[in-house]
Design a protein around this ligand. Structure first.
Ligand code: 5AD
Ligand code: SF4
Length: 528
């Protein structure tokens, strides 16, 4: 996003601890100064590009953190002591402490919030430097080779610095994918645990601390979702709610069905209860999460459809914004559009990954829709009574992608008029059907296609954003610049709006902002 904003989060961490990940994100956000919102280089970035968008500082934040009472966390009693300044002293401070770094998508971000919650509730303290931690945890991503490499190189750093008695654990998708092989590649790792086993983490860590050398948790057949009464939220205003885990879609390039297992939806009553609790804590924006969020199938007798759940969440007292990601085109019905039209609290933004504009390639990818069927969904969104912003994911250089296939992806960009595109070079992944497909595209050609695609999309975004100059949007204020009177926030349609305001106490509030200028990736304006 890169706009010189100071995403200082001194009081953000609910334990008073600023996570390393947030710091890294601040640095990454600054590095991306002037770079397109379309993420291509940051291989661990989730599809929605909120890398730095949700991180901000707030005056008087502590008063909003209703759960931060000494001895409790989000209303739950803790074993240790939570000091008034937010610092948490665990039962055996120094020993029972953890450092947690997250790679990957929002699902991983949120899993880490839950993992942190589980450990905090068991008396562990979270520290911001790995060297201070008894337990060092990595929540990993394996969606593309580069993401996996990044984790191994980070693990390599610990070979040199690991201290006697420190436990190093690999969690998440890479753990599930590589399993015990991680111990072979990085023998200084002693815990390997996939997302379906996170509930057992405290017991697993206790076993390691009791002298066990290696522990694995690699179940993938659980029909539970990872629900925990204690979640340590990283963002003071926007909270994630998982509604469905895993994926049954089996796209031929994708590791997710292997790493996150089959689709499991959470009962609607439990989702709505979490929404109510968040609203009671002062959250006004929630994001419903799932790999294919709109494939939601309520396991309870209420049998709510995804659109019903959206509406019920939007109707929760105190809730002002409901986002959702990621949607699969096949399950995207008119009922979702109607819900967005009818409820201003449901954000007018849909992330609808297309992956390719060629029907032949979509068939090879096993995406279960054609170009025409996808464009029908786009037509439905473009024809909505309420303007809806659309974003997408695209893979270039899938095996067998011809010039003609690629050209069809480019023409699809013109037809769909996306507000952001997250484009990736195809990366062969273990276990996936496309691993053995013929006609691999050379790396240089993948890079060339990626460049062409991004240039085309950049033009579209320049034109689309320029048309917004003069209009007024409601913004949820999330960040403050070091420069005086400068703030940033997101519109309901998920655009970043940087703006000036004479009023200082605006963080966490909603303001009407008039757009005065535009760039390919963001808007600028002034508060009305
Ligand atoms: N290679 C490149 N990109 C991939 N994605 C998923 N698997 C791969 C892969 N093997 C992309 C898709 C998906 C996004 C989260 O990551 O575009 O929508
Ligand atoms: Fe992967 Fe396809 Fe499932 Fe998305 S829908 S997580 S791309 S298998």
């Amino acid at each position: 996003m890169g706009n010189g904003f100071d995403f200082s989060v001194e009081r953000l961490g609910r334990t008073g601890v600023l996570s390393e990940r947030l710091k890294r994100r601040q640095a990454e956000a600054r590095e991306r100064e002037g770079q397109a919102i379309s993420e291509t280089s940051n291989e661990t970035q989730g599809p929605c590009g909120n890398a730095a968008g949700g991180v901000a500082e707030e005056e008087g934040l502590a008063s909003r953190l209703a759960g931060l009472k000494p001895g409790t966390y989000m209303g739950q009693p803790l074993d240790g002591e939570l000091k008034a300044n937010g610092e948490y002293i665990g039962v055996d401070a120094g020993v029972r402490s953890f450092y947690l770094e997250t790679f990957g998508c929002q699902m991983n971000d949120h899993d880490s919030e839950k993992v942190a919650g589980v450990l905090l509730a068991r008396g562990y303290a979270q520290v911001e430097r790995p060297e201070d931690a008894g337990v060092i945890l990595y929540n990993t991503c394996s969606i593309r080779e580069k993401a996996a490499q990044k984790v191994f190189s980070r693990l390599g750093e610990y070979k040199l610095t690991k201290k006697e008695g420190q436990v190093i654990g690999v969690l998440g998708c890479l753990a599930q994918q590589e399993g015990e092989e991680i111990f072979e590649r990085a023998p200084w790792v002693s815990l390997v645990c996939g997302s379906a086993s996170y509930r057992k983490l405290p017991e697993m860590i206790a076993e390691l601390e009791a002298g066990n050398r290696r522990i694995t948790g690699l179940d993938n057949d659980t029909d539970e979702t990872f629900e925990t009464p204690v979640t340590r939220r990283d963002n003071p205003w926007r909270a994630y709610i998982t509604i469905i885990e895993g994926c049954d879609k089996a796209c031929s390039y994708c590791v997710v069905p292997f790493t996150r297992g089959p689709e499991r939806s959470r009962a609607s009553a439990s989702v709505l209860e979490e929404g109510r609790q968040l609203a009671a804590l002062g959250y006004t924006e929630v994001q419903l999460l799932g790999q294919t969020v709109n494939s939601y199938a309520d396991p309870s007798a209420r049998k709510m459809r995804f659109s019903d759940l959206l509406v019920a969440t939007a109707e929760t007292a105190g809730m002002r914004r409901v986002r959702f990601t990621t949607s699969h085109p096949r399950d995207f019905g008119v009922d979702i559009v109607q819900a967005i039209e009818a409820y201003p609290a449901i954000c007018n933004h849909v992330h609808l990954p297309v992956q390719s504009g060629s029907t032949e390639l979509l068939a090879k990818m096993a995406r279960t829709y054609t170009r025409e069927e996808y464009l029908e969904k786009i037509g439905m969104l473009q024809g909505a009574k309420r303007e809806i912003s659309i974003t997408t994911d695209i893979i270039v250089g899938f095996p067998g992608e011809t010039e003609k296939d690629f050209e069809e992806t480019l023409t699809l960009l013109d037809a769909a008029q996306y507000d952001a595109v997250f484009a990736f070079k195809y990366s062969p992944r273990p276990n996936t059907p496309s691993l053995t497909m013929e006609d691999a595209i050379p790396e240089e050609e993948k890079s060339r296609r990626l460049g062409v695609l991004l240039a085309r999309q950049r033009e579209i975004q320049i034109a689309r954003n320029a048309k917004l100059v003069g209009r007024t949007f409601e913004v949820m204020v999330e960040g403050r610049s070091r420069r005086e009177n400068q703030f940033m926030g997101h519109t309901s349609c998920n655009r970043i709006l940087n703006f000036t305001s004479p009023e200082q106490e605006v963080l966490g509030h909603y303001r009407q902002v008039r757009v005065t200028s535009s760039s390919p990736n963001s808007l600028a304006g002034e508060v009305e």
